[in-house]
Design a protein around this ligand. Structure first.
Ligand code: NAD
Ligand code: MG
Length: 285
């Protein structure tokens, strides 16, 4: 895949898909399902845009009904994801909520489960970072708090609530990052949450194995999503991903396959406690 021209650009968090140049590829024209998630019910946090939207489209085409979590200000992106899920003939439950608040996070899971009539797959994909800073002293408490609450606390709350519904054959897929292995200076707090997510993935897999629940994570490299123009310096956006062995940023569609592989009992039945890198060649060990 040739690298597309990416002009300098900036948005404010959480960022939207519409203003992005070029538009990301979520697999709208390319993803073909083969029944790997037939009749499954999946809740995908951050399913409105980026990697989460690509996962929602892939899951729906694999036969799953889907609920997507997102922030209220992302409604336009959530509606677009829902359109693709419904075009695949599947249900899409919309769950606007700010997951940094415990009550909202727990209620979001209940709304998803009510709408889907149960739960088989949880994708903890919502995430936040802030990279517009130069030194460690630039890390502000409010920003760090948002990073920790979005990436770690919400994952705990959502997973605890989901465990009341997940049973034998269910799967949890967390979203880690290359940052867990090669932390960038500007992302010191974010990177630490992703390392913690790897650790939690292993812990949870060990605990939930006896209940027949598999727990894994995907570690994406640089992927072209709204998170990037919303949180990186504009000049970093222009060169985004060029430092990978494959020499380019990845598209959300290229990450979705890994989530399907791990979520599906067809392909992932003996895979638990692992982190699968989709990094354009950067090492995840
Ligand atoms: P994205 O902005 O499209 O998706 C992140 C989503 O998180 C948002 O759409 C939003 O709905 C959700 N979110 C953020 N804060 C929230 C809150 N308080 N309450 C509810 N939802 C909230 O960007 P993305 O890159 O697709 O991010 C998805 C995941 O991928 C994140 O966990 C991110 O850390 C991870 N990741 C991204 C990259 C990359 O280069 N894009 C690389 C490695 C890992
Ligand atoms: Mg979004």
């Amino acid at each position: 895949m040739a690298e597309q021209v990416r002009p300098e650009q900036q948005q404010e968090p959480p960022g939207l898909t519409g203003p992005m140049v070029p538009q990301p590829d979520h697999g709208e024209d390319s993803y073909r399902g083969s029944g790997r998630l037939e009749r499954k019910r999946a809740f995908i946090t951050g399913g409105d845009s980026g990697i989460g939207r690509a996962v929602a489209i892939a899951f729906a085409r694999e036969g799953a009904d889907v609920a997507i979590g997102y922030l209220p200000e992302e409604q336009v992106d959530a509606d677009e994801t829902a359109r693709w899920v419904r075009e695949a003939g599947r249900t899409c439950v919309l769950v606007p909520a700010d997951l940094t608040h415990e009550e909202q996070a727990r209620a979001a899971v209940r709304t998803a489960v009510d709408g889907l009539g149960g739960l088989d797959v949880l994708v903890n994909n919502a995430g936040y970072q802030m990279a517009r800073r130069e030194t460690f002293e630039d890390v502000e408490t409010d920003e760090m708090d948002r990073v920790m609450r979005t990436n770690l606390y919400a994952l705990v709350w959502v997973t605890q609530e989901a465990l009341q519904h997940l049973g034998e054959g269910s799967a949890i897929v967390n979203c880690s990052s290359i940052q867990a292995y090669q932390p960038s200076q500007s992302l010191v707090d974010y990177a630490s949450t992703k390392a913690a997510i790897n650790n939690m993935t292993v812990n949870l897999a060990a605990e939930l194995g006896e209940r027949g629940i598999r727990v894994n994570a995907v570690a994406p490299g640089p992927i072209w999503t709204p998170l990037q123009p919303a949180t990186q310096l504009p000049e970093k956006v222009a060169s985004f991903g060029q430092d990978t062995p494959l020499g380019r940023a990845g598209e959300p569609a290229e990450v979705a396959h890994a989530f399907v592989f791990l979520a599906s009992a067809v392909t992932g039945s003996y895979v638990s406690g692992t982190v699968l890198g989709v990094t354009g060649g950067k090492p995840v060990f």
